[in-house]
Design a binder for this molecule. Structure first.
Ligand code: AAO
Length: 508
C-alpha cells in the first residue's frame, strides 16, 4: 500500500514533465503554420506509421489580422480572443484533428499565448481572424472579456529595455504587446478556461509562449486550475505536459531553473552550441561533444525540451544568433538533427517549416516576417509529391529520409545508455545506445576509415541515413558487424550525408 502510494505520488509529481506520447514514441514535430485539416491527414498517413509521438501546433486562438506587412506569421502571437478560429482552421476542424491524431496515437500540443494580447498600437475594430471587436488603445477585448484593469500598465506601460531587470522582463511589454496581469485571479481563470477547453477536446499539453515574461508563481497558479487530460485517450489523473519558452543563454537576470517546478523548459543553448560545433566555429570540434548535455551547462535532461532550430531563430527572431542551423543549410542541419535524435539528452522536437524568399540586406533578412504559403492570405494546402516530399513550398523536414529515420532510431534505442564513444580528437565521432543502435559522423575535411566497437549483435545492418530497409533489402550502405560487435566504417568527407546510423530494426 505504502509502495503504491509512493508510486502514485511520484506519478503525480512527474506528470507535467511527461509528454504522454504512446509507449516508445520519443519525438514530436512542430508543424509550423499548418492547417488543422492537413495535420489530421498527416497524423494518419505519415506521423503515426513513422513513429512520431506528437505535434506542436501554431496558436489556435483568434489573433489580430495584420495587413502591413501582409499577413505575417507573427500575427498569430497577438491574441484577440480565445475562440478557436485562425488561418489554420475553426473549432470543428481543430476537434477533428485532435480526435483523428489521438486515435492513431499522435498527441497534439498547443502553443499557448497567454502572456499578452495584441500590440499596444494595434488600433481598434474587427481586423481579427474571427471578426471579434477589440480596442488596443483602451485595452478592450470584449470577446474574452478583458478590459483596462486586466493589464500590467499600472506597473509598467513601456517596453522591456533591460533583460538584467527581472521586474521589467515580467511586467513591462515584450515588443509592445499588451501585458496581461497574471497575478489577478480573474485573468488566471480566463486563461485556464481557454486551456481547459483545449484539454477537454483532447490536447496532451502546452508550449507556454513567452514564459520568461511571466512570474513562475503566476504560471503555477494557472496550471493548478487545469483539468486532467481527457480519459478517452489518457489514463486517469494524467496532467498536461508543459514546456515553457524561457530563453536562457546565460548572462541575464532570469534563469530557466526558476521554471522547473512548472514543467520543462526550452533549452536554447542546445541549438546555439550544437550549431557552433557543426559549423566548426570558435575552434569547436565534434570530439568535444563527448560530454554533451549537462556537461555543457545545459539544464537537467528531464527538464529539457530540445531542438536544433525553432520558428523564431530559423529566421533571426528570438535568440541563438547566426550559429543556428536550419533547412537552408541542409547538409549540416541533417547532421545536427541526427546527433540530437541519437543522443539520449532531453525530449526532442523536430522543426517542420515552409520556404520563404529570404532577402538579406546588411546582414538582416528583410523578409523574416513572410507568412505561410498562401493565396491572398488563405494558407495553402500541404500537398504530397509522388516521392513523398511536400509541395506548395512546405519544406517538411520531418519527411526527409535522414530525419524521419533518425526519429525511428530514437524510438528503437529508447532507454538505452550512451555507450561506445569514439572520436579522432577532431570532427570524426561515433557513439552507440547500448546494444540497439550506433551512429558515426565525419565532419572533418578528410575521409574516415576505421573499425569501431558498435555494441550491436553481429549481422548485416542497413544504414538508415543513405537508404532504407525495404522488404528485407537495403537501398543504402550496408554495414557488417562481426560477432565481436566490431564493424568497419568508411565515410568520405564529400559524401552527400557524411554520417551513418544503424539500429536493431535496420538489421537485414
Ligand atoms: C511584432 C513585430 C514588432 C511589434 C509587435 C507588436 O515584429 O515589431 O512591436 O509585433 O506590434 C513574434 C515575433 C515578434 C512579433 C510578435 C507579435 O517574433 O517579432 O512582434 O510575434 O506579433 C524574446 C522573448 C521570447 C520571444 C522572442 C521573439 O523572450 O519569448 O523575443 N519568443 C516568443 C515567440 C515569438 C513571439 C513572441 C514570443 C511573442 O516564439 O514568435 O514573437 O508572442 C534576448 C532575450 C530573449 C528575447 C530576445 C529577442 O535574446 O534573452 O528573451 O526573446 O532577446 O528580443 C543573443 C543573446 C540572447 C538575446 C539575443 C537577442 O542571442 O544571447 O539572450 O541575442 O538579443
Amino acid at each position: 500500500m505504502k509502495f503504491f502510494l509512493l508510486l502514485s505520488l511520484l506519478g503525480l509529481c512527474s506528470a507535467q514533465y511527461d509528454p504522454h506520447t504512446q509507449y516508445g514514441r520519443t519525438a514530436i514535430v512542430h508543424l509550423f503554420e499548418w492547417r488543422w485539416v492537413d495535420i489530421a491527414k498527416e497524423c494518419e498517413r505519415y506521423l503515426a506509421p513513422k513513429g512520431f509521438g506528437g505535434v506542436q501546433v501554431s496558436p489556435p486562438n483568434e489573433n489580430i489580422v495584420v495587413h502591413n506587412p501582409f499577413r505575417p506569421w507573427w500575427e498569430r502571437y497577438q491574441p484577440i480572443s480565445y475562440k478557436i478560429c485562425t488561418r489554420s482552421g475553426n473549432e470543428n476542424e481543430f476537434r477533428d484533428m485532435v480526435t483523428r491524431c489521438n486515435n492513431v496515437g499522435v498527441r497534439i500540443y498547443v502553443d499557448a499565448v497567454i502572456n499578452h494580447m495584441c500590440g499596444a498600437g494595434g488600433g481598434s475594430g474587427t481586423s481579427s481572424t474571427c471578426g471579434s471587436y477589440y480596442n488596443a488603445g483602451n485595452r478592450e477585448f470584449p470577446s474574452v472579456p478583458y478590459s483596462g484593469w486586466d493589464f500590467n500598465d499600472n506597473k509598467c506601460d513601456g517596453e522591456i529595455s533591460n533583460y538584467n531587470d527581472a521586474y521589467q522582463v515580467r511586467n513591462c511589454r515584450l515588443s509592445g504587446l499588451l501585458d496581461l496581469a497574471l497575478e489577478k485571479d480573474y485573468v488566471r481563470t480566463k486563461i485556464a478556461d481557454y486551456m481547459n477547453h483545449l484539454i477537454d477536446i483532447g490536447v496532451a499539453g502546452f508550449r507556454l509562449d513567452a514564459a520568461k515574461h511571466m512570474w513562475p508563481g503566476d504560471i503555477k497558479a494557472v496550471l493548478d486550475k487545469l483539468h486532467n487530460l481527457n480519459t478517452r485517450w489518457f489514463s486517469q489523473g494524467s496532467r498536461p505536459f508543459i514546456f515553457q519558452e524561457v530563453i536562457d543563454l546565460g548572462g541575464e537576470a532570469i534563469k530557466s531553473s526558476e521554471y522547473f517546478g512548472n514543467g520543462r523548459v526550452t533549452e536554447f543553448k542546445f541549438g546555439a552550441k550544437l550549431g557552433t560545433v557543426i559549423r566548426k566555429w570558435n575552434g569547436e570540434k565534434m570530439s568535444y561533444l563527448k560530454n554533451w548535455g549537462e556537461g555543457w551547462g545545459l539544464v537537467p535532461s528531464d527538464r529539457a525540451l530540445v531542438f536544433v532550430d525553432n520558428h523564431d531563430n530559423q529566421r533571426g527572431h528570438g535568440a541563438g544568433g547566426a550559429s543556428i542551423l536550419t533547412f537552408w543549410d541542409a547538409r549540416m542541419y541533417k547532421m545536427a538533427v541526427g546527433f540530437m535524435l541519437a543522443h539520449p539528452y532531453g525530449f526532442t522536437r523536430v522543426m517542420s517549416s515552409y520556404r520563404w524568399p529570404r532577402n538579406f540586406q546588411n546582414g538582416k533578412d528583410v523578409n523574416d516576417w513572410v507568412g505561410p504559403p498562401n493565396n491572398n492570405g488563405a494558407t495553402k494546402e500541404v500537398t504530397i509529391n509522388p516521392d513523398t516530399t511536400c509541395g506548395n513550398d512546405w519544406v517538411c523536414e520531418h519527411r526527409w529520409r535522414q530525419i524521419r529515420n533518425m526519429v525511428a532510431f530514437r524510438n528503437v534505442v529508447n532507454g538505452q545508455p550512451f555507450s561506445n564513444w569514439w572520436d579522432n580528437g577532431s570532427n570524426q565521432v561515433a557513439f552507440g545506445r547500448g546494444n540497439r543502435g550506433f551512429i558515426v559522423f565525419n565532419n572533418d575535411d578528410w575521409s574516415l576509415s576505421t573499425t569501431l566497437q558498435t555494441g550491436l549483435p553481429g549481422g548485416t545492418y542497413c544504414d538508415v541515413i543513405s537508404g532504407d530497409k525495404i522488404d528485407g533489402n537495403c537501398s543504402g550502405i550496408k554495414v557488417h558487424v562481426g560477432s565481436d560487435g566490431r564493424a568497419h566504417f568508411s565515410i568520405s568527407n564529400s559524401a552527400e550525408d557524411p554520417f551513418i546510423a544503424i539500429h536493431a530494426e535496420s538489421k537485414l
